[in-house]
Design a protein around this ligand. Structure first.
Ligand SMILES: [Zn+2]
Length: 227
């Protein structure tokens, strides 16, 4: 399943303010709050949105210097080496390149720490054939994730019954209390309902005001709302 234009509008609003409430996002995107809530839950379940993190101010990180390090490594140990280096707290990013290379971005407290870092962790390390270059970054002109086009993001949404991929942008769903379940097809939803229906109904009774609703999800109406 790919994200659609509705997802893209919500992601755009979240990129501006990751702490915005569903109601605020709904207002900005001209969607309804239940749609925003349902779509956000779906994107998180599918792993498209991994987590919400704070973006620190430039001032608070100014005491750090960044450096870019390019290594030539032994192809046989490149994978292992990349994994080990990635775990170092100074290392922000690790890229493997085609010419037996590893490119690292590291954050250090001072320029002087670059030599210490190289000597301690990289020079002479097994599998490191050479430190091709090491450069301190003097200014960051742009450092952002690629911009998003609607439909460009893949969501790995799994059927809650058979674990198969949910491919439709309008998957079959079940809502019980605060939880929502997704299915690849009508048959899986029916099978799930046959097996767990009693449990879901019980959960519904205990969560007052919530009801078990079954529908073909178009993501545009509140769960169980009027068609
Ligand atoms: Zn299924």
């Amino acid at each position: 399943m790919n994200s659609d234009a509705v997802d893209a509008r919500i992601i755009g609003a979240l990129m501006e303010d990751g702490r915005a409430s569903c109601r605020e996002i709904a207002r900005k995107t001209s969607l309804t709050a239940p749609t925003v809530s349902a779509r956000m839950a779906r994107m998180m379940k599918a792993g498209l949105i991994k987590r919400f993190v704070p973006v620190l101010s430039e001032d608070s990180v100014r005491r750090w210097v960044q450096a870019l390090i390019v290594l030539k490594v032994d192809p046989a140990s490149a994978e292992r080496l990349a994994g080990t280096i990635a775990r170092l707290p100074e290392v922000q990013a690790v890229f493997m390149t085609a010419d037996q290379g590893l490119c690292l971005r590291v954050a250090l407290e001072s320029v002087a720490d670059l030599q210490t870092f190289l000597a301690r962790y990289l020079v002479g390390r097994r599998g490191v054939l050479a430190v091709t270059s090491s450069q301190v970054v003097t200014r960051v002109v742009k450092d952002e994730p690629p911009s998003l086009a609607p439909g460009s993001l893949r969501m790995d949404l799994r059927c809650d019954y058979c674990r198969g991929e949910v491919t439709s942008n309008r998957p079959y769903t079940l809502a019980a209390g605060a939880s929502r379940y997704y299915f690849c097809c009508k048959t899986c939803r029916k099978a799930y309902l046959d097996r767990y229906g009693a449990r879901l109904t019980k959960a519904r009774r205990t969560a007052s005001g919530e009801r078990l609703s079954i529908r073909k999800d178009d993501g545009l109406r509140p769960s169980g709302g009027p068609a």
